[in-house]
Ligand binder design. Structure first.
Ligand code: PLP
Length: 379
């Protein structure tokens, strides 16, 4: 290792987007391993964006570093979409910070709370890997607790970790609502526990899959200054290519995120894409009921595969484990993923199970056919 580098970073591996070996160019892949929407933006919206690029974006100028228009549009969408699921929320643009993907906001929150040996973060595994990865790259310790058989957070273990007098303070509790990879939303008991945490702990609630779950805590933000909600345009809004995420929280916390983020973190074209997607949200989000119905169709079919145990899903993906895991379940799952990939279906092996994104109807038909072929089963 070069002497000027931090030695602790030698143990890290760079993030690998599609692990599982090299792609065979002869096989068209159904990419069902990263929970994106199966559909790109419609052509007419791409044309509109192309015209914005031609006519409105000055490539020699820095983008709007304040994200003012985008924040206004996001605030309106957050309130409107909450109202649509029966949640009253008054979110002003001062309560919003926009990041280069929510990944950037996760790092900004770590910088704002933990850097300089101020404390640790808590995760309940299995969960979104970025919370732990980004913390460790910053030298921030991570305490991991487990989950119950239905994937609720082990609240006793979490409370014990927070109360530990021999460890540095827990500054962030990371949660996902619904969780990835296990697809369960926070339960009333988990939410009550989060409400009981002191103001010295930031409660981060990642709602990356809100549009699929219809569940949100944004209605509680006004009363809870230590809560922050994260959202993204990478999933339901079909903009993973553009890297846009946002945080919603107390104006003082948001002001600090604005200080620690990079000055021009969001390229002009990404801002234009997010604004266009919000203007056309009705059309884009019209695909959600189809994806939910496909999810339920897949779930029902997976339940007929005796080799798999599947759990309910509040998201656009399904989590499954082997019904009879045996001594080396992970090797068996890795092998299953390799065989699926050889047939053209890419899924994610994570947390001792399989995370399978709900794709388009033809993709889902192929997922099912290939799983039946590899696992047996009659359905
Ligand atoms: C996909 C996902 C995100 C999105 O991250 P971006 O950086 O905005 O693309 C965030 N959180 C969770 C839990 C996710 O699954």
């Amino acid at each position: 290792m070069l002497e000027f580098l931090r030695p602790d970073l030698a143990a890290f591996a760079a993030y690998q987007p599609h692990p599982g070996g090299p792609d065979d160019p002869a096989i068209a892949l159904d990419r069902l391993d990263t929970n994106e929407c199966p559909y790109s933006l419609p052509d007419d919206l791409k044309d509109k964006l192309a015209r914005t690029y031609e006519r409105a974006i000055e490539t020699n100028r820095y983008p709007d570093g304040s994200h003012a228009d985008l924040k206004t549009a996001i605030a309106e969408y957050v309130c409107e979409s909450a109202a649509a699921v029966g949640v009253e929320a008054a979110i002003a643009p001062e309560r919003i910070s926009v990041g280069n993907g929510s990944d950037e906001l996760i790092r900004a929150l770590l910088i704002a709370t933990c850097l300089g040996d101020r404390g640790r973060v808590l995760v309940a595994e299995p969960t979104f890997s970025m919370y732990g990865i980004l913390a460790r790259t910053l030298g921030v310790p991570v305490v991991a607790v487990g989950r119950s058989p239905d994937f609720a957070i082990d609240l006793d273990a979490a409370s014990a970790a927070i109360a530990d007098p021999d460890a540095s303070p827990v500054r962030i509790v990371w949660t996902v609502h619904p969780n990835s990879p296990t697809a369960n939303a926070l339960s009333p008991a988990e939410l009550d526990w989060l409400r009981s945490l002191p103001d010295s702990i930031l409660v981060a609630i990642d709602e990356a899959y809100f549009e699929f779950s219809g569940q949100t805590v944004v209605g509680e933000l006004a009363a809870r200054p230590n809560w922050i909600v994260l959202r993204t345009f990478s999933k339901a809004f079909r903009l993973a290519a553009h890297r846009v995420g946002y945080a919603i929280g107390h104006p003082d916390a948001i002001a600090v995120l604005e200080k620690v983020r990079l000055p021009y973190n969001l390229p002009a074209f990404s801002q234009a894409a997010a604004s266009t997607a919000l203007i056309h949200r009705r059309e884009l989000l019209a695909a959600i009921p189809e994806i939910q119905a496909e999810r339920d169709r897949l779930l029902a079919a997976f339940r007929d595969l005796p080799a798999l145990t599947v759990w309910p899903s509040d998201a656009n993906f399904i989590y499954a484990r082997l019904a009879a895991p045996g001594a080396d379940a992970d090797a068996a799952l890795a092998d299953l993923c390799r065989q699926l990939k050889a047939r053209g279906t890419l899924i994610r092996h994570t947390g001792g199970g399989l995370r399978i994104t709900v794709g388009s109807p033809p993709e889902n038909d192929r997922t099912l056919a290939r799983l039946r072929e590899l696992l047996g089963g009659t359905a």
